[in-house]
Design a binder for this molecule. Structure first.
Ligand SMILES: Nc1ncnc2c1ncn2[C@@H]1O[C@H](COP(=O)(O)OP(=O)(O)OP(=O)(O)O)[C@@H](O)[C@H]1O
Length: 311
């Protein structure tokens, strides 16, 4: 990806230095350090309760850290927002019900120091046809599009999105990500939290995996998949009786095995040795395939390994 960085914006878009935040006994964010650069599209992944929303809240100055510091373009989050450098699309937060979509978008544009024309914002979010509708008459997916419009009402340098495509249909999602790619190509940093791992895989240059408030993995999607250190094996067998199942379950280096009719699917930490052992057991696999993990499987493997360590 080509990245255009304006003179004077070489400072990190986001800098977290040893940041912690607890709610009572729950340590939601635990000594988190990370840096995001202009032009990067970064996916923030993690199981429920991993601390994603809290991280975004800290980044947006909606909560203060108990320890550590958060800087956005070298400023405090609040100053960065007041300077119009950050646009955000959050999961929660009601939209003002009694006004129309156009009025709401106009309000957001008027408040932005580097505002775009209202018509452009409506077009980019694909909501021109909804412009005269009252905000409280929108479907869930339409509301998300309006939130997206509010986040892009002006020229921000950082766009923060919390599960942005929840409720959007396929075409809305595609349009949404195409726009986000354009924004990143223009040198903006885009950070989004998501549970849709295919989206993270397709869209993000960089993936952060949070677990219990700590950063468990940080790299490209390819690096994260390789880091899981496992591969998928799939094959068919002529017959699968109890004796064969017993042999399959005893194969070395298995992390998981799924036997469905004559098809066997395995996740292995040493695929070569596992396949060798299949033949060693006198089995003759057909349609044998060995492949790396998908991002979703890698995510599950990485977080499960961490759970096992901390159990
Ligand atoms: N206002 C709050 N008061 C008390 N505990 C909270 C509060 N907000 C979050 N928590 C707790 O902090 C932890 C992190 O929550 P957070 O919402 O940041 O996680 P998340 O990764 O965004 O989760 P999800 O994927 O479910 O949205 C969880 O254990 C959660 O229960």
């Amino acid at each position: 990806m080509t990245t255009t960085v304006e003179a004077g914006t070489a400072t990190a878009a986001v800098h977290f230095d040893q940041v912690s935040k607890s709610y009572g006994d729950v340590r939601a964010v635990d000594g988190l350090s990370l840096e995001l650069r202009p032009g990067e599209t970064v996916a923030l992944l993690g199981p429920n309760g991993a601390g994603k929303s809290t991280t975004l809240d800290l980044l947006l100055g909606l909560r203060n850290p108990d320890q550590g510091s958060v800087r956005v373009f070298g400023l405090s989050p609040r100053d960065a927002i007041v300077a119009g450098r950050v646009g955000a699309m959050l999961q929660s937060g009601g939209l003002m019900d009694e006004i129309t979509v156009r009025e709401l978008v106009k309000l957001a544009c008027d408040l932005h120091p580097k505002r775009y024309p209202v018509a452009d914002v409506l077009t980019r979010a694909g909501i021109e046809a909804l412009a005269d509708r009252k905000v409280n008459k929108l479907s869930g997916g339409q509301e998300q599009r309006v939130r997206f419009a509010l986040a892009t009402a002006g020229a921000n340098d950082l766009i923060v999105l919390d599960e942005p495509t929840t409720g959007m249909d396929v075409s809305a999602r595609q349009a949404f990500w195409a726009t986000m790619r354009e924004q990143a190509d223009q040198g903006r940093a885009v950070l989004f939290a998501t549970h849709y791992l295919e989206e993270a895989d397709e869209v993000a240059d960089r993936v952060l995996v949070l677990h219990r408030g700590r950063l468990l993995a940080d790299g490209s999607s390819t690096e994260i998949k390789a880091r899981a250190g496992q591969r998928r094996i799939a094959f068919d067998l002529e017959t699968v009786d109890e004796q064969v199942k017993e042999k399959l379950r005893k194969l070395p280096f298995l992390s998981s095995i799924d036997i469905s009719a004559e098809t066997v699917r395995i996740q292995s930490t040493d695929a070569d040795a596992t396949v060798h052992a299949v033949y060693g057991q006198g089995l003759y696999p057909r349609n044998l395939e060995v492949a790396g993990l998908g991002l979703e499987q890698a995510f599950v493997a990485i977080t499960a390994a961490e759970e096992a360590k901390t159990a």
